[in-house]
Design a protein around this ligand. Structure first.
Ligand SMILES: [Zn+2]
Length: 440
C-alpha cells in the first residue's frame, strides 16, 4: 500500500473503516468498492464516505512528493491517489502556508515602501494652490463643463474619469489628461482605492481609471464659492485657444457618429486609419459644421459597405478606403455648395457637457459651421484686445492727470464729453485729443 494513514480517532470500528477505504493491491487498485463499506453507522450513501474518512484519518500518498520540500502529499480521497511515483505540481500544505506568509510579508513591505514614497507627494498636492485667473480660456471652459457634471466635487472633494464620461460624446480621457499634464488637476492618492497606486522598478505608478482627481484651491481665494466664481465669470477672449478647443470637441462629436455608422455597417477601422481620419475631420471642421461632417461620414461608410459586398473586395479592404473617401468628399464639397446641414444627432448620442457649455456661452451647436465659429472667436479676441487697450488708456489718463495735478479739469472735460452722449471710450479719446495740456 502506498497510502500512509494517520488516525485521528481511537474508535476501532472507525479505524477499520478507514483501512478498508484505503486498502489497495500492488497495482494500486482498491480492494473494495465504496458501496461495500456501507452502511456504516448513520452513513448510507457512498457520497458521504470520503468526507467521513477524511475526518477520522489523514492520508498521505507516497507516490506524490512536494516539489519544494520532498515530503509526501496529503490527499483527500481515492481519486487523488497516483499509481506511479511523481513529483507534484503543487506544493504541500506546509509549503503553501509558508508561501502565503512570505507573499503577505512581501506585500506589506511593498505597501510600506509605497506609502513612504507617496507621503511627500501627498503633502505636496494637498498644499498646492493655483491662480484661477491665470488659467487659459480653454482650460476654464473645460472646468466649467466638468463642474456641470460633478458640481462641488471638483473643488471640495475628488472625482474619477468615469464621473466625467459625459464630458464629450467620446468620454473625457483626452481632456482630463490635458488638465492633469498642465498641473491644473491633481490626483489624491489618499482618496483612491489602495490598488490604484503601485511600485514598479522602485517608482510609483498609477492606474488612470482608479485615480481620484481634484482642482487645487485658488491661491488667494481658497476653495469656496467665491474662488469658483472667478472661473464662472471668465470673459473669454483667447481666439486661438477657444477655436482649438471647439475643434477638439467637434472632432469627438464627428468620430462618435463615425464609429456608430461603422458598427451599423459592420466596418472595422484600424488604429492608423482612425488617426488619419481624425486629422482630416479636424481640417474639415474649420469650414463645415459637425452635422455636415456627419453627412459625409454617413455617405462614406455606406459606400464602403456597398463596396465590401462586391467580388474581389472584402470588409477589411473596403474599410481601408474610408479615410481617402472622406478626404475626397471634402474636396467635392469645397468645389460645390457644401454638404447638407440638416443631418440629425442619433438618439443615444449625447452632445456632452462641453458641447452644452459651448452652446450656452456662444450659442454653438452641431449645425454651427466651422468658418463662422472661428470667425466668432476671432472677433471675441479683437474685442478683448480692444477692452485691454481701453483699460490701459484709462489708467494712463488717471495717472498722468493726477501726477500733473490736473485731475479736476480733466474730469470736468471728460464729464462734458459724456454729457454730449458719447460712450466711455469715445469720451475718453476726445478728452485726451482735445486737451493735450493735461498730459504735459
Ligand atoms: Zn512542501
Amino acid at each position: 500500500m502506498t497510502v500512509k494513514l494517520e488516525f485521528l480517532t481511537q474508535d476501532q470500528q472507525e479505524i477499520d473503516l478507514a483501512k478498508r477505504y484505503w486498502a489497495m493491491d500492488e497495482e494500486g487498485a482498491y480492494l473494495e468498492r465504496v458501496g461495500d463499506l456501507l452502511p456504516f453507522r448513520e452513513i448510507t450513501q457512498p457520497g458521504g464516505v470520503a468526507k467521513y474518512v477524511r475526518q477520522i484519518c489523514r492520508a498521505y500518498d507516497e507516490n506524490q512528493v512536494c516539489p519544494l520540500c520532498d515530503q509526501v502529499l496529503r490527499i483527500n480521497g481515492r481519486t487523488e491517489a497516483k499509481k506511479t511515483f511523481q513529483r507534484s505540481y503543487h506544493p504541500c500544505d506546509d509549503c503553501q502556508e509558508r508561501q502565503r506568509e512570505e507573499q503577505e510579508k512581501r506585500e506589506s513591505a511593498e505597501r510600506a515602501e509605497l506609502e513612504k514614497q507617496l507621503a511627500p507627494y501627498v503633502a505636496h498636492v494637498r498644499s498646492k494652490t493655483i491662480s484661477y485667473s491665470d488659467l487659459t480660456d480653454d482650460v476654464v471652459l473645460i472646468l466649467q463643463a466638468i463642474d456641470a457634471l460633478i458640481g462641488p466635487r471638483l473643488t471640495q472633494g475628488t472625482f474619477s474619469r468615469i464621473d466625467c464620461n459625459e464630458l464629450t460624446p467620446m468620454g473625457a480621457d483626452d481632456f482630463i489628461d490635458r488638465l492633469y499634464e498642465q498641473d491644473v488637476l491633481e490626483d489624491d492618492p489618499t482618496a483612491a482605492r489602495p490598488e490604484a497606486y503601485f511600485l514598479k522598478d522602485g517608482t510609483v505608478w498609477h492606474k488612470k481609471s482608479m485615480v481620484r482627481y481634484f482642482l487645487p484651491p485658488e491661491t488667494s481665494l481658497g476653495a469656496g464659492e467665491e474662488a469658483f466664481r472667478v472661473l464662472l465669470d471668465r470673459e473669454f477672449s483667447d481666439a486661438e485657444a477657444l477655436s482649438n478647443l471647439w475643434l477638439d470637441y467637434a472632432v469627438t462629436d464627428v468620430m462618435r457618429y463615425l464609429h456608430y455608422q461603422c458598427a451599423v455597417h459592420n466596418q472595422t477601422l484600424e488604429f492608423e486609419a482612425i488617426e488619419k481620419i481624425e486629422g482630416t475631420v479636424r481640417h474639415g471642421l474649420r469650414k463645415y459644421s459637425v452635422a455636415q461632417m456627419w453627412f459625409i461620414m454617413w455617405k462614406v461608410v455606406r459606400d464602403a459597405a456597398a463596396l465590401a459586398s462586391r467580388t474581389y473586395y472584402n470588409l477589411e479592404k473596403a474599410a481601408a478606403t474610408i479615410p481617402t473617401k472622406i478626404r475626397k468628399q471634402l474636396e467635392i464639397a469645397d468645389q460645390g455648395t457644401g454638404p447638407r446641414n440638416d443631418w440629425s444627432r442619433p438618439e443615444p448620442h449625447i452632445a456632452g457637457s462641453l458641447g452644452m457649455v459651448f452652446n450656452s456661452l456662444f450659442g454653438l451647436d452641431e449645425f454651427s459651421k466651422g468658418a463662422k465659429v472661428i470667425d466668432l472667436f476671432t472677433r471675441l479676441g479683437d474685442q478683448g484686445r480692444g477692452d485691454a487697450e481701453l483699460h490701459d488708456l484709462a489708467a494712463a489718463f488717471m495717472k498722468e492727470t493726477l501726477e500733473g495735478q490736473r485731475s479736476l479739469p480733466a474730469l470736468e472735460a471728460f464729464a462734458e464729453m459724456v454729457r454730449t452722449g458719447l460712450s466711455t471710450e469715445d469720451a475718453l479719446m476726445k478728452t485726451i485729443h482735445r486737451n493735450p495740456e493735461f498730459f504735459r
